[in-house]
Design a protein around this ligand. Structure first.
Ligand SMILES: C[S@@+](CC[C@H](N)C(=O)[O-])C[C@H]1O[C@@H](n2cnc3c(N)ncnc32)[C@H](O)[C@@H]1O
Length: 251
């Protein structure tokens, strides 16, 4: 079984801490040299980066591991009020706390993707559209303006993202409904078009939900990530990178 990356990273940091402590203990006896606290932090960072590479984590974890303990030391030496850290923790938790479980972080689709989604929607009849994991609500607020006959719903688990989308809707007088819940607990049979921009980790379970619940004649769109064992009925290329694609299935 492969551990979630966040747990791997915790394990790597602890292991690197233990190995660095051992190195610092042995160095005086072996080389007659006593490293300073800063040197200890850099040794730990190098070890953590190495372990991250060995574990084949995504490359962007390497600088995070290497810089974590040195950054913590810098933070200890800079005079920043404790509430600033608390605020940072609460804000990050508000956006990313659920990522630990869902393995879907917050990143936002852009106007190019919104245009591609809009091109898949009917302009001559009413329809119900849902964004699974609606983030800050940008896609839905944009589509609502283009399709006055559409009914738009967003479902979002992260409290801060959901609160921002609700606020945006209230300030702009939007009719978009933003629900704060897990999309896995929803019934997708009430929607004509379902959109998701999630992560590879979320796609297998979502594909099963789509196959089990969506009605014939409705459409499922996934930005960036293909799903399931059925080839998409349409693939819209937004940019040359393979991730910049909109996959469309007609159920
Ligand atoms: C990559 S963002 C996409 C945001 C938005 N749909 C967009 O296109 O800009 C994915 C969002 O899905 C949310 N999410 C992940 N798993 C979820 C779940 N099971 N239920 C509801 N929201 C979820 C995350 O909190 C995150 O905000």
């Amino acid at each position: 079984m492969r551990l979630p990356v966040a747990l791997q990273s915790l394990f790597i940091q602890i292991a690197a801490l233990a190995l660095a402590a051992l190195t610092v203990r042995l160095l005086p006896a072996l080389a007659g040299y006593q490293p300073t606290l800063w040197q200890f932090a850099f040794i730990q960072g190098a070890l953590a980066g190495g372990l991250s590479l060995l574990w084949r984590q995504p490359r962007w974890w390497l600088p995070l591991h290497a810089g974590f303990l040195p950054a913590a030391l810098v933070a200890l030496h800079v005079d920043i009020a404790a509430w600033v850290y608390l605020l940072g923790f609460v804000l990050l938790g508000g956006f990313f706390w659920t990522t630990f479980r869902t393995r879907v972080p917050l990143y936002l689709s852009d106007r190019k993707a919104w245009d591609a989604v809009a091109a898949q929607l009917p302009s001559d009849r009413p329809f119900r559209f849902i964004d699974l994991g609606s983030g800050l609500g940008g896609l839905l607020l944009d589509l609502e303006k283009r399709f006055p006959q559409g009914e738009f719903t967003g479902v979002e688990l992260a409290p801060a993202s959901w609160a921002i989308s609700r606020l945006r809707a209230a300030l702009s007088g939007s009719r978009v409904r933003f629900l704060r819940q897990d999309y896995a607990a929803l019934d997708l049979s009430g929607y004509d078009a379902v959109f998701a921009f999630l992560s590879p980790a979320a796609m297998p379970a979502l594909w099963q939900q789509v196959c089990a619940q969506m009605r014939p004649g409705s459409s499922f769109m996934s930005l960036s990530f293909a799903a399931g064992d059925r080839a998409p009925d349409a693939v819209v290329t937004l940019a040359p990178h393979p991730r910049h694609r909109l996959y469309v299935w007609w159920t």
